[in-house]
Design a protein around this ligand. Structure first.
Ligand SMILES: *Cc1c(COP(=O)(O)O)cnc(C)c1O
Length: 395
């Protein structure tokens, strides 16, 4: 069984392209040409060079003595937090801007939650000299103001979205609306492995550099290319897709995806899609989705803006139902504790999203000789206000 998408963009029962007729031409064109473009030698060369010289790849694989001792196992941290712009998001935006140029597009739109994808998109647009418009929920504009300022300084226009609960889902709706109205000159850079085919597959391929590097780095450090565990947080699922990608067909590698439980799965304030969701269609693909009995999307909640999404990419829906990956969830409190712990034991302040993956270390019984890789998807600069509030309350 393959865990990759088929040519129609299906991962098992999930995926596809459920789109309004007015998006058809854009999506169809992208479906027809994305692989040819991505697999051309010229594209691969340019992408690789930018990942290296502009984004700073390869990102280090760091052996954490202190976490290893604490959990009585071997813990490695994949340092996506050290990338230019502070997260894994830059891998995808570099890839998509190169694609957009080859498609002859002159205007870029994007949605953003925590602002990391917005900043990464504004960054590559500045470099490419393309107009950039970022849709962002009004609540997220408030709670992630450093990233809003960065986008503006980079020359992007940030459009606050006031519908729904004013977070990521609503920003995505608005970006899709824009694309329908501007189909000819505009490329939509989606920030995760969500959306209609070919986005989930395309974004997963751009992010797969994470696990490609891990294999080389693990071989160098441990003599083995494969670890026993790979742990990553899941919003839409792009950092997890990248961290899992080259291990999908190694059944001995346990893949652990960590969702945001918010205030607790039973509280009605959470974003743990696999635990609470049912199959449904959102933003152009069939996947698992938090919804009411009559199919209305339930507003998600997480303290972490990057995980505050009611769906999950179709790759992950399939990894969940096929049981290839284990899905755990961490509450706001568990993530905050894990972030403080890493900060004080290793001198690394992780993004709140990544802290959910770290929290999973508490939930698994590792053997002393296990090799565990935690994907640190981003750095915590953008979350300092949240962290300081928490830190003051526990001191
Ligand atoms: C956006 C973001 C996430 C969540 O998105 P995925 O597509 O699930 O990876 C996680 N961590 C960081 C640092 C982010 O910026």
């Amino acid at each position: 069984m393959s865990y990759q998408s088929n040519s129609k963009g299906y991962y098992g029962d999930f995926g596809g392209a459920y789109i309004p007729e007015m998006m058809y031409q854009n999506i169809h064109h992208l479906q027809n040409c994305y692989l040819d473009i991505m697999e051309s030698d010229e594209f691969k060369k340019e992408f690789k060079l930018l990942l290296q010289d502009y984004a700073g790849r390869p990102s280090p694989l760091y052996y954490s003595d202190r976490l290893s001792e604490h959990y009585n196992t071997h813990v490695y941290l994949k340092r996506e937090d050290l990338n230019h712009t502070g997260s894994h998001k830059i891998n995808n935006t570099i890839g998509q801007i190169l694609l957009a140029k080859r498609l002859g597009k002159t205007r870029i739109i994007a949605e953003t939650g925590a602002g990391q994808h917005g900043v990464a998109t504004a960054t590559v647009c500045a470099r490419a000299g393309l107009e950039c418009i970022v849709y962002m929920g009004a609540l997220d504009v408030d709670r992630q103001s450093p990233n809003v300022e960065k986008m503006k300084m980079l020359g992007a226009e940030v459009r606050p979205v006031h519908s729904g609960n004013k977070t990521l889902k609503d920003a995505t709706n608005e970006a899709i609306r824009d694309w329908i109205n501007n189909p000819v000159d505009t490329h939509y850079i989606i920030g995760s492995v969500v959306g209609p085919h070919p986005y989930p597959d395309m974004v997963a391929r751009f992010q797969s550099v994470i696990s490609e590097e891990m294999r080389v780095q693990l071989k160098e450090k441990t003599g083995r290319e494969t670890p026993d565990y790979v742990i990553a947080c899941v919003g839409g699922g792009s950092n997890a897709a990248g961290a899992f990608y080259h291990f999908l067909d190694n059944p001995d590698v346990k893949l652990v995806a960590v969702e945001a439980a918010g205030k607790g799965i039973e509280t009605g304030e959470s974003a743990a899609t696999t635990q609470l969701g049912r199959p449904g269609i959102l933003h152009g693909s069939r996947s698992l989705l938090m919804q009411t009995p009559d199919g209305q999307v339930i507003e998600p909640y997480s303290i972490s803006a990057g995980l505050d999404y009611p769906g999950i990419g179709p790759m992950h829906a399939n990894l969940f139902t096929s049981k290839r990956a284990v899905f755990l969830s961490a509450t706001d409190d568990e993530a905050l504790k894990a972030a403080l712990y890493l900060s004080q034991k290793e001198g690394i302040i992780p993004a709140l999203e990544s802290a959910h993956a770290l929290a999973a270390l508490e939930m698994i019984d590792f053997k002393p000789d296990d090799i565990v890789v935690v994907n640190i998807s981003g750095r915590g600069d953008k979350d300092m206000e949240t962290y300081l509030n928490y830190y003051q309350s526990v001191r």
